[in-house]
Design a protein around this ligand. Structure first.
Ligand code: FES
Length: 232
């Protein structure tokens, strides 16, 4: 199992809220040392590839989606969902060699999140099982938050274990009690990415209250990570 900073990065990893990747857009993500270009085609399917163009090394996550292919920003080479280069604009009459390709990675869309895995294994348990996500039911995405604190600190504050989703009832400043689902993973050496969702279909106001709660939680976790004596 691949690890970084003491935490596993093998298996399915939650990268972003599904709604943060609209059709025909591309975004960057990272699992351990593996940088990814994550993109969505016109049919709503999500794909992930290595974030490095095989031509001159440009980051593919800075590119765009054209005709359901990932196009490089620099010279416009296009790669399909299998990672094979299909178009080289400078040579419109030439079929690119089959050896010109980028590595691709498995992708899943589950519980309002986009997941991928850097080990390339697409079989076995899905994210629901690996992360003990609640079965069935709907969720309302709230936001993704990056906390400048280790995953250990964040999970300790949540009273939970790394590598699992966290379900909790939070009381907001307005007194509302909300069913929050948090999926957290380490990014880099000292930061934690938290994806926040509310269980069920909730109002916009509840989403805003949950987002306020999350900001307060972030401030507390960051103080705790520095060992501040006013961490409570
Ligand atoms: S660097 Fe990507 S097409 Fe040239």
């Amino acid at each position: 199992m691949q690890e970084t900073n003491g935490h596993r990065v093998g298996g399915w990893q939650p990268l972003m809220l599904a709604l943060d990747l609209p059709p025909l857009t591309v975004s960057g993500a990272q699992i351990g040392e593996q940088k990814l270009a994550v993109w969505r085609d016109s049919h709503g399917q999500v794909h992930a590839s290595d974030d490095r163009c095989p031509h001159r090394g440009m980051r593919l996550s800075l590119g765009f989606v054209r005709e359901d292919m990932l196009a490089c920003l620099y010279h416009g080479w296009r790669f399909d969902e299998s990672g094979h280069c299909r178009v080289i604009p400078a040579h419109p009459g030439v079929t690119p060699a089959s050896t010109i390709c980028v590595p691709v990675f498995p992708v899943a869309e589950c519980m309002g999140l986009i997941w991928s895995r850097a080990d390339g294994v697409a079989t076995g348990a899905g994210p629901e099982t690996e992360w003990r996500l609640p079965e069935g039911g709907s969720v309302t995405p709230v936001r993704t938050l990056t906390i400048k604190a280790s995953l250990k600190t964040v999970m300790a504050r949540l009273g939970a274990t790394a590598g699992q989703s966290v379900r909790m009832l939070v009381t907001t400043g307005s007194g509302a009690v909300l069913p929050l689902l948090i999926v957290a993973r380490p990014v880099g050496h000292d930061r934690t990415q938290c994806h926040l969702l509310l269980e069920g279909t909730v109002s916009q106001e509840d989403c805003e209250q949950a987002a306020f709660w999350a900001k307060d939680f972030r401030n507390t976790a960051e103080r705790c990570d520095t060992g501040a004596d006013y961490c409570v």
